[in-house]
Design a protein around this ligand. Sequence first.
Ligand code: FAD
Length: 383
Amino acid sequence: MNLELSEEQEAVRRLAEDFVARDVAPYAVEWDRSENVDKSIVKKLGALGFLGLTVPEEYGGSGGDHLAYCLVTEELGRGDSSVRGIVSVSLGLVAKTLVAWGDEEQKRQWLPRLTSGDAIGCFGLTEPGTGSDAGSLTTRAVRDGADYVINGSKMFITNGTWADVVLLFARTNDTPGHKGISAFLVPTDTPGLTRRTIHGKLGLRGQATAELVLEDVRVPAAALMGPEGKGFSIAMSALAKGRMSVAAGCVGIARAALDAAVGYAGEREQFGRPIAGYQLVQELISDISVDVEAARLLTWRVADLVDRGQDFATAASRAKLFASEAAVRAANNALQVFGGYGYIDEYPVGKLLRDARVMTLYEGTSQIQKLIIGRALTGVSAF
Ligand code: FAD
């Protein structure tokens, strides 16, 4: 594995760093307080090519490899996890899954709009009654002539309020030993689809997270993505790659925590000198730096495997498990360095901790990642 960035990778990283410094970081606290990221950020992300990374240019993508994607995601995560999540879902879970599983017409219909930021995608797997056990979902799509009619509801859907299209997973048939789930591309303006914004989240407060309700939503059979009954595999393959992106975002959080802790420790004086000079404060800071480096290496390892076409699913679970726990630890350590000032939102570390916390929950909780890794190592499923 080559740990040197190419010129192109370094250029795209710097582009993301500048963008975050100019268009994201200065507004992150305001968006957090108002529970509303400025939606115009989506077009800006598209114009810079950040919503099309790794997508072929013929579909409006900006090409690039998965390491470049991780570099951009890390920078966005450093600036504001709510913005990072827009990209991780619209590109990472929807556009990239379309590239892998969509037919030509679906790709032409959605990819140029998703990659430019003209349209936003969301990923509808979780339901009020099924989270970790996603294979038991109950939203149902019934074939009716040339259409499918879909009924059910989806919970905690990132980008849900803003999205133009939902990559929706619904049960289509139930044969023994078969999950019977299929994937559909459902425009969110389809009659019968309603959404409710979920307010009061602990973190990612700027992000448009929604509950979707589907009542007799009628879509043509052409909305089916991939073969009928293949939806669970499609969802799992999407999430495996998605975990790499979550991990990269976590590296960004940990880096932001490190920068903040080092900066504050150098300025804050107690007992007559900067707290940076105290060994116990240095311990907090050095622990954060180890978490940053270790999480980044695990994440880059996944990108390397993906780019070389090798099996990456277990490595992605390892990276996501470690990086998400590391981001929580790093933000918590940084908060300790800030003392009481870390506890008020005039300073950045409280938000980092709140934003980091969900990373251990979504796209598979830490417990679920451990079961995936354990199954790969032992050959025994403990689910
Ligand atoms: P549960 O599955 O009920 O788990 C509760 C607890 O039980 C957890 O600690 C879990 O680890 C543990 N547990 C469950 N099963 C086992 C087991 N077999 N062994 C050991 N422990 C177990 N979903 C989407 O589809 N699309 C999205 O865009 C999306 N975005 C999200 C954004 C936010 C802000 C949040 C909070 C969630 C989002 N989710 C999304 C949903 C997320 O993926 C789920 O919340 C997550 O999978 C956990 O499901 P759950 O909340 O139902 O918890």
